[in-house]
Design a protein around this ligand. Structure first.
Ligand code: PLP
Length: 372
């Protein structure tokens, strides 16, 4: 029996072992570990790759989201309590960033087929309190950004992208990170672009917002020992920046491999009890951070796959508004699509280091799943 892990991080990073050793050795030998040449160079390289005008390296994806809101509040673009539209089926970090900044999440159900927000869905929830929209490119698929940008422009709303799962997804040659007023990326090790620890970044259009976020992440200071804002310590460190610089040049090839596996899954899995994700018309719209199918018999499918050595996971079994942390404030909210998806979604293994043979094996295991 084969053993197919959900994600083999060692195998992912083994491909660059020599380069990572060289990069981390360079940092060790430099004697300079915080806010130095590696972070500067990474920010430039990531800006060139995404096409975004400004990049600020940060400690993780959650703080990248959070500091965008903190900066907008500092600039007077948002007021405490303002509503922020967020999909009901996202990872909880999207919501934690909103509530952590003293803002109010306004949950909206996603489209069932894409798992993402649509402009029509957002429009129905606009009220005078809503001042911003968070477009989460869930599972690596970019939201319909042309329509969402138009809607935000028409209504004077700020637009933030949660691009933690969608490094490199694009519409008409414009990548995530370039559509909204600002975007947050995570480089958590398991993301499409992963550091060897926690790391994140903000991309944004406006140099003043970038400057403010940079300062907020460095104790609210831009000049040593002078503190203009009540900031925090949320900096990207030199070690992680050096590792990310090694991995960035391979991102396009990795995403291409993920697309190939997703295309095979979609073409070859044909099972009456499994609903496949919709392949986007233009392949570049998705970078397949996760390959998520739906089934009414999720536990049985997971058990069947596990019995064949194929490890599947659920992203995510409990939607944020039903988490204990939000029970009191949002437990009463009804989000039928998010709630049903939470009961039916299953993520099959997908990663750039999965071999054709492993893909064959996972597909074969799925095909012989029969429900008694
Ligand atoms: C991973 C993730 C985050 C948070 O990123 P971290 O680096 O883990 O803090 C935010 N939003 C989404 C959708 C994510 O998947």
């Amino acid at each position: 029996m084969h053993k197919i892990p959900f994600l083999d991080l060692k195998k992912i990073n083994d491909r660059y072992r020599d380069e990572l050793v060289e990069a981390t050795t360079r940092v060790i030998d430099s004697g300079w570990y915080i806010l130095g040449k590696e972070v500067d160079a990474f920010e430039e390289e990531f800006a060139a790759w995404t096409g975004a005008p400004h990049v600020v390296g940060l400690s993780n994806g959650l703080m990248a989201l959070r500091l965008i809101f903190d900066a907008w509040i500092e600039q007077g673009k948002l007021q405490p309590g303002d509503g922020v539209i967020v999909p009901g089926n996202t990872f909880i970090a999207s919501v934690l960033a909103i509530t952590g900044a003293g803002l109010t999440p306004v949950f909206v159900d996603p489209d069932e087929n894409t798992h993402n927000l649509t402009a029509e869905g957002i429009e129905k929830h606009l009220t005078s309190n809503v001042q911003a929209v968070m477009a989460v490119h869930l599972y690596g698929r970019i939201c319909p950004m042309e329509q969402i940008v138009a809607l935000c422009d028409k209504n004077g709303l700020l637009l933030i992208e949660d691009s933690a799962q969608a490094h490199g997804a694009e519409i008409k040659g414009i990548k995530t990170g370039c559509w909204g007023d600002a975007a947050a990326f995570s480089f958590y090790p398991g993301k499409n672009m992963g550091a060897l620890g926690d790391a994140g970044a903000v991309t944004c259009k406006d140099s003043e917002t970038a400057r403010l976020i940079r300062s907020l992440a460095n104790y609210g200071s831009s000049k040593k020992y002078e503190h203009v804002y009540r900031g925090g310590n949320d900096r990207l460190d030199e070690m992680q920046a050096a590792c990310l610089r090694v991995k960035l040049p391979y991102m396009d090839a990795d995403n291409k491999r993920r697309r190939k596996i997703a295309a095979r899954y979609c073409a070859e899995i044909n099972h009456p009890d499994i609903q496949l994700p919709q392949l986007p018309e233009n392949g570049k719209e998705a970078v397949w951070h996760l390959f998520v199918v739906r089934t009414k018999m999720r536990d049985k499918l997971i058990e069947h796959m596990a019995s064949h050595g194929v490890h599947c996971l659920v992203h995510y079994p409990i939607p944020p508004h039903h988490q204990q942390a939000y029970q009191q404030d949002f437990g009463h909210v009804s989000l039928p699509v998010s709630e049903q998806l939470a009961e039916e979604v299953v993520s099959l293994p997908i990663s750039p280091v999965m071999t054709e043979e492993e893909v064959n094996y996972a597909i074969a295991a799925l095909k012989n799943w029969s429900i008694q």
